[in-house]
Design a protein around this ligand. Sequence first.
Ligand code: AHR
Length: 493
Amino acid sequence: GTLTATATVRGDTPGATYDRRVFTQFAEHLGNGIYGGLWVGNDRKIPNTRGFRNDVVGALKGLGVPVIRWPGGCFADEYHWREGIGPKAKRPVKINTHWGGVTEPNTVGTHEFMDLAEQVGADAYISGNVGNGSPQEMAEWVEYMTSPAGTLADERAKNGRKEPWKVPLFGVGNELWGCGGNMRAPYAADVTRRYATFIKAPAGTRILKVASGANSDDYEWTETMIRDASGQIDALSLHYYTVPGGWAPSMSPSKFDEAGWAETLAETWRMDEIITKHSKIMDKYDPNKRIWLAIDEWGTWYGQDEGTHPGFLRQQNSLRDALVAAINLNIFAKHADRVKLTAIAQMVNVLQAMILTEGPKMVLTPTYHVFKMYKPYMDATVLPIELKSPWYNKDKWVVPTVSASAVRDKAGQVHVGMANSDPNRSITVSTTLTGVTASGVTGTIVTAPTMTAINTFDQPNNVVPTAFTGAQLGGGTLTVTLPPKSVVMLDLR
Ligand code: AHR
């Protein structure tokens, strides 16, 4: 039978802004995340603009990607920006020691990345090298990119770019507790203070500095960083991956049973508790919430696809990932006062990707489609939602059956995102709307006949949004029947 739940959308007590930067994307020099996935150089068989594939850039424009984080990840803490500028033939070929031990040709460097960001229409979020770089190297990179004048600006112009670029966001290293240098928190806080001191924006511009934050539930890290480095930073990051089966990642991305489905969603739901606890610590030292919690790496991390290169983190993306995306995007709404930026990992061909490619072929993943459905959330105002949902459980894995959030966009239109985690039963959510004037509702749904449904190059439309007709609006109540294993976006009018 159909389950039931109730909800109230509080249009009368609007909350914080759902910052567009929650939809930031992360592109690391890892596997085919850059080379092959975005950059094809002068491969004439794959239509491209100055080396970046037109199909992928076009798809990213469709998402309205607001920000791209680059060049890592772990890669960032051993990246030397000077190796990626100037004539391509003269750039050193390095070994990507983190990711597969393959060669890194440095073909995509600062100028190329900035071109990509401009093609997509995204802002740049650059991660600096704290791990094995110096404060001077970091400061000079910032100057090279942003300065209107001086020797470094002249060098930039000589390399093809006269106008300074905007770098609104700069990461002071990445995962300093691990690949960024295996530092302990008090040391990392001091290092962050030191490096951040030398990141200087030219007059009239601003660069928000993002400190390397905690791994998952490492609350001590957050406490130390916020206590000791808050004066030098604008955001503290947090990385939390959904890793069903625990570390090291091993569960198949596309072959799993209901327990694998439920475990994945339960691991994803931990995000809510993790944000709540980190936020509480930040509130102690930063009660006015000046400093963002920037969850600049999140998403599913499974075992890699069979037959793919070790270290390339290539994984399929199923309907399960669509649920993961929606549940996280709904959780971020609840924490919109503190969480102003998040970046799913990663944009193309790596982990929970938007897009998969193989040679000239490209396919949009279920995750891509959910991100597209949530586009109206960008810079909208969160409307608090009170939800009474039954639990869905399989074996020891338990999650609320319904995940939901609501926003009012700048034009006054209300959007309600919902997901039903139960793969077997539909659920009717009777939603009371307070302070919302609307007379009709349309919607979009992502679902599929099986939990494991994926889009392939040959069958790209297995998991795609279609029109949703299961919602009615009348007398201030929105009645929605969510099919099993579905993500729904409702647009009120
Ligand atoms: O996204 C893959 C890796 O995960 C990143 O490089 C690193 O920051 C994290 O450990």
